[in-house]
Structure formats: C-alpha cells, structure tokens
Write a protein that binds this ligand. Structure first.
Ligand code: CDP
Length: 232
C-alpha cells in the first residue's frame, strides 16, 4: 500500500480531534497538522499587540500586519509531535490558554485570516500523506480528501475533557468557564459567514461521548485501511 491519502478531521471544540489525528498520523507515517494551532497563533499575535481584548478588536490593525506573522511547526522528537512557533518563538503552551481560547474564534472569523491560513494549509497537503484537523478541512481546505471525519460529543463531555487538560497543565480554571467557552466557540464557529463549521456531506460522523479512546481509534483506523485498500 504505497499511495498516500489525505485525511480531514473536523468537528466541535474538544472532541478529541487532535488526539486521534496524532495517533493516526503516527500509525500511518503521515504528517499531522493542527490547523487550530495556526488560528490560535494569530490570536496570540493579536493579543500580544494589544489589538484584541474582551470588549475590543482592532481588526484592521491585525489584517494590515498579517504579513508580519510567520507560523511554523517544528517536530519535537521527545513529545512525538510538532510544536507551534510564532515568528520563531515556541508558543505551543501559550496558544492553549483559556484566554487565547476566548479570543480565537473572533480572529478565525476574519476572511483575510482564513485566506492566509487556508493557503498555507493547502500547501502543506500537496504531497498527500497528511492528517489535518480543524473546522473547515473537509469542506474548504481539502474538499477532495479521501477520508473525512466529523467528530461530535456532548458539551458536558467536551468541557470536562478540556477542564482536565488545562488543570493538568497547572492553569487555574473553573469547569463553568470552560463550558461557557466551549458553547461560545461552537456558536461562533457554526454561525460565522466565512467557512462555518459544518459536516461535509461525505464525512463520517463519530460521536465519541460514549466511546473509549481505544474503540474510537480502532473504528477510525479500520475505516482508513478500507480506503487505502480500495485505492491500491
Ligand atoms: O482544540 P479545539 O478543538 O478546542 O480548538 P482548535 O482546533 O485549537 O481551534 C481553535 C479555534 O480555531 C476554533 O474554535 C475555531 O474558531 C478556529 N478554527 C477554525 O476556524 N478553522 C480551523 N480549520 C481550525 C480552527
């Protein structure tokens, strides 16, 4: 089986997209790209420049300065995945804070931001052999992806997962604040005008509220093998 495919994983926040995408990429020897990290890096950039806050957003300043944003991924062998760099600085941890989560969906709704990041994402996928997760991967970035997954889970399950994750990293957060962020981002991501989060008609929907990580990994790996066999 030597012809590589493209795998697009979309879905709501904290549905475990990145966990399954990383596992799958590792098993297949593919490249994993976290498109959300790119939107988070732009949100961090806007935040560092003081262009975004709870009640303000200087969209024009951000758009005019997008040329000064350089996002790269550098593989960390110890962690087993690529970390996100913004203008040469490792921001892997900073982009995951609740504060950046609270700003990112407003930044991701800006058409100029999407245009820039989508073109970078398309470039990363030209040689196939890529697993990319996000919100518009199967609909906009790789509409021809051979395998498209759409992940869902109840808001409670997702907030609980994100709460455990942030607490484990030592961030002082409340469950209620996380739940509000999850619901707020779902709303912005599904209602924005430019490439809203929606299930591609040919995507396989997986609700993992009740699925163990192992059961989910097996279902998705089996689906991938079926497609690889058909393609060869
Ligand atoms: O980790 P989580 O699923 O919560 O979010 P993420 O994948 O890190 O994405 C953060 C935010 O970036 C999302 O809530 C979207 O607003 C935006 N995003 C997007 O608009 N398009 C993508 N392809 C990926 C993320």
């Amino acid at each position: 089986m030597n012809s590589k495919i493209t795998i697009a994983i979309d879905g709501y926040s904290s549905t475990g997209k990145s966990t399954i995408a990383k596992e799958l990429a590792k098993r297949l020897g593919y490249i994993y790209v976290d498109s959300g990290a790119m939107y988070r890096a732009v949100a961090l950039f806007a935040f560092q420049q003081k262009w975004i806050g709870t009640d303000f957003f200087q969209v024009r300043s951000l758009v005019e300065n997008l040329k000064h944003v350089s996002i790269t991924f550098v593989y960390n062998a110890e962690l087993g995945f690529a970390e996100t760099y913004l203008n040469g600085i490792n921001v892997e941890s900073d982009i995951r804070s609740l504060e950046i989560s609270n700003y990112v969906s407003r930044v991701a709704a800006i058409p100029e931001v999407r245009k820039l990041l989508v073109s970078l994402q398309k470039e990363m996928g030209v040689s196939k052999g890529v697993v990319m997760d996000g919100r518009d991967i199967g609909t906009v970035v790789f509409p021809d992806a051979e395998l498209k997954l759409f992940m869902t889970a109840s808001p409670d399950t997702r907030a609980k997962r994100r709460f455990d994750e942030l607490r484990a990293r030592g961030e002082e957060v409340t469950y209620q604040a996380i739940l509000e962020n999850v619901i707020y981002r779902d709303h912005l991501d599904t209602t924005r005008e430019d490439s809203p989060l929606t299930k591609a008609i040919d995507a396989v929907e997986i609700d993992n509220s009740q699925l163990t990580r192992e059961a989910q990994a097996k279902t998705i790996y089996d689906l991938t093998l079926q497609i690889l066999r058909k393609n060869n």
